[in-house]
Write a protein that binds this ligand. Structure first.
Ligand code: GLU
Length: 309
């Protein structure tokens, strides 16, 4: 048997039903790891107890399985791993890289909107709580404010060679590591979990490409190797916005109700990924799939026109 070449993963947030765009990204991730005899894992990013649910997670896993996409190891849930995330925050804290932030969303929005002329990306945290004195912190806590935890950064730039997008570069800001309700933040948790699960190949939607410099930065600070990245262009509805329920039949159940078999859906997705005469099984698709042929632009889909039969 070949050595296990890569470990890829799909990491959905169980906050709703997977739509064709999510399933398509999952399929790409599965094909690039299984296509070279690698492992493929599913991780449920259920950090937010308000929006995530076990029911959504179960339904997402069921839909993935219907397309032949089954995790090679037991599915991991981020909500079971807060201790691991907090260990990483503690390490950063020991290095003097963590500070409490008492800002409300609104304060951040207002401050970030004001011109600051220091080269930070739009919407970046303007650093309000970076240099608070002890007295100022105490004052805020007395007023009942519970802090989030932020990473102290110095405008570091990070660049990576994305397997789909080419060279991507970005500046890092003082990102949140832990929310004020104590829940670890996505950017921290994703880095910790990918590392601990041995993931060395990250395939995900290209809406997350701009977050990747943050992940590279955290990996460097935590002494973790960088995975390779492939950011897959999203699926857009006829109005040019991200594919969503309001665009019509966009989930596997919607398509089944219209008479599509799961194999036909795999074929449809395979064609959209640049595979001619795409086969109706993930296994067969993996053998023919190549990232080099993946379209570099979003897949425009009009469910009313393209998905009727
Ligand atoms: N959980 C994230 C999402 O559903 C994806 C995170 C990732 O792939 O890094 O958008």
């Amino acid at each position: 048997m070949d050595d296990v070449a890569v470990t890829g993963r799909f990491a959905p947030s169980p906050t709703g039903v997977l739509h064709l765009g999510n399933l398509r990204t999952a399929l790409v991730s599965w094909c690039v790891s299984h296509g070279v005899g690698g492992r493929w894992l599913v991780r449920m990013e259920d950090l937010d107890p308000v929006t995530a649910s076990r029911e959504h997670a179960a339904r997402q896993l069921d839909h993935l399985a219907r397309l032949g996409l089954v995790s090679d190891e037991p599915v991991v849930r981020q909500s079971d791993r807060f201790d691991l995330h907090r260990d990483a925050i503690a390490r950063l804290r020991r290095d003097g890289l963590v500070y409490p932030c008492y800002c409300t969303r609104r304060e951040i929005r207002d401050a970030a909107a004001a011109p600051h002329g220091d080269g930070l990306p739009d919407g970046a945290y303007p650093g309000t709580c970076r240099e608070l004195t002890r007295a100022e912190r105490i004052e805020r806590e007395r007023a009942g404010r519970v802090p989030a935890l932020r990473l102290r950064t110095e405008g570091e730039r990070h660049r990576f060679d994305d397997l789909v997008l080419g060279t991507v570069e970005g500046v890092v800001d003082d990102l949140v590591l832990q929310r004020s309700d104590g829940v670890p933040a996505y950017n921290l948790a994703v880095v910790v979990d990918d590392h601990l699960q041995g993931v060395d190949q990250v395939v995900r939607g290209d809406d997350l490409a701009s977050s990747t410099p943050r992940h590279l930065h955290l990996q460097r600070l935590l002494g973790m190797p960088h995975p390779t990245y492939a950011h897959v262009p999203l699926v857009l509805g006829p109005d040019g916005n991200r594919l969503a329920k309001r665009h019509g039949a966009v989930t596997l159940d919607d398509l089944s109700a219209r008479g599509w078999t799961d194999a036909e859906v795999v074929r449809l997705l395979g064609r959209s990924l640049g595979v001619d005469d795409a086969p109706g099984s993930a296994e067969a698709l993996a053998a023919r799939f190549s990232l080099a042929r993946l379209p570099r632009t979003a897949w425009r889909l009009d469910p009313g026109r393209d998905l009727t039969r």
